[in-house]
Write a protein that binds this ligand. Structure first.
Ligand SMILES: [Zn+2]
Length: 308
């Protein structure tokens, strides 16, 4: 592999999770992302995401969650089963979830082996609301937490940071990482907003910055410049993982943070600089939210452009 470039991970099975016609977390999101990245960066290498193994998932999830997500059985034509009002499993969900989690595993392996410096995982369903034993908020498995646990328990790293700029708080990630001295969680999110967690600084190994509805670019950049990025820098991460949600974009239908694509590029450049300084450049970013297809395409192009 060419270590100088950003390596991209995806799998067609990630299109097979179909929450329903009225749902915003649709397969077309992933097609918008892969199409935009292929058009904008025709030279970047794509890799087929493997399936995560049960052992890799059990580092962060309870067996009861794996039974629900991976072992539910469906006859042909069965409708998806609701786990909560927003979150479903259907016939293609297990395959999608396994590849979404496996992408991060493969990307972590690649950046630690030195075959790639940076990677972006174009996968769905998203992950950061999935807790130890609870699927939630469109999320079945916590892709970024699985990757973090792999870096720590599979590769022996002792300082892995998860940077989450999705407009929602990654309550599942914060819950899974709580009490893990080798992991740090940093998030900015709109508040109030689903899931109404992360309403304090966080405590322990979590640092949250709350952004009021309508915050816009300057307030977003200030939160990262003055609070979250200095904390990331001071921690000297050996690997930086990113929960890359683009639902803070001003066109997104689920939130009101009013960011532009430039804001995602701005933050990505700064996260990358800290990874370059402390982590030998090792950075793995994974798609979380983003529900306006044009905004998602524009923002992910800005993000990967800043990684490249
Ligand atoms: Zn989100």
């Amino acid at each position: 592999m060419d270590a100088a470039r950003v390596h991209l991970y995806t799998h067609p099975a990630c299109l097979g999770h179909v929450p329903g016609a009225a749902h915003v977390e649709v397969p077309a999101r992933l097609e918008a992302v892969t199409g935009a990245l292929s058009d904008a960066f025709p030279g970047l290498p794509w890799h087929s995401a493997p399936e995560a193994t049960r052992a890799q998932l059990l580092r962060v999830h309870d067996p009861s969650l794996l039974a629900l997500v991976l072992d539910s059985r469906f006859a042909e034509g069965d409708p998806p089963m609701h786990l909560d009002p927003d979150t479903v499993v259907g016939p293609g969900s297990a395959g999608a979830a396994l590849r979404a989690a496996g992408a991060g595993i493969a990307a972590v392996d690649a950046v630690i082996a030195g075959g790639a410096a940076r990677a972006f995982c174009a996968v769905r369903p998203p992950g950061h609301h999935a807790g130890h034993s609870t699927p939630m908020g469109f999320c079945l498995l916590n892709n970024v937490a699985v990757a973090a646990a792999h870096a720590v328990h599979g590769h022996g790293l002792s300082r892995v940071a998860i940077v989450d700029f999705d407009v929602h708080h990654g309550n599942g990630t914060q819950e899974i990482l709580a009490g893990e001295p080798s992991m740090l969680y940093l998030s900015s999110h709109q508040s109030p907003l689903f899931p109404d967690t992360g309403r304090s600084d966080g405590g322990g190994n979590a640092l949250n910055r709350l952004l009021a509805p309508g915050t816009g670019s300057s307030g977003f950049r200030q939160a990262w410049d003055e609070h979250l990025l200095p904390a990331l820098h001071a921690w000297r991460p050996q690997l930086v993982l990113v929960s890359a949600g683009f639902d803070g974009h001003r066109l997104d239908p689920l939130a009101d943070l009013r960011l532009d694509a430039d804001d995602f590029a701005w933050l990505t450049t700064r996260i990358r600089a800290i990874a370059d300084r402390h982590a030998g450049g090792r950075l793995v970013s994974t798609l979380e939210g983003g529900y306006s297809l044009p905004a998602l395409a524009e923002a992910v192009t800005a993000h990967v452009g800043a990684l490249a």
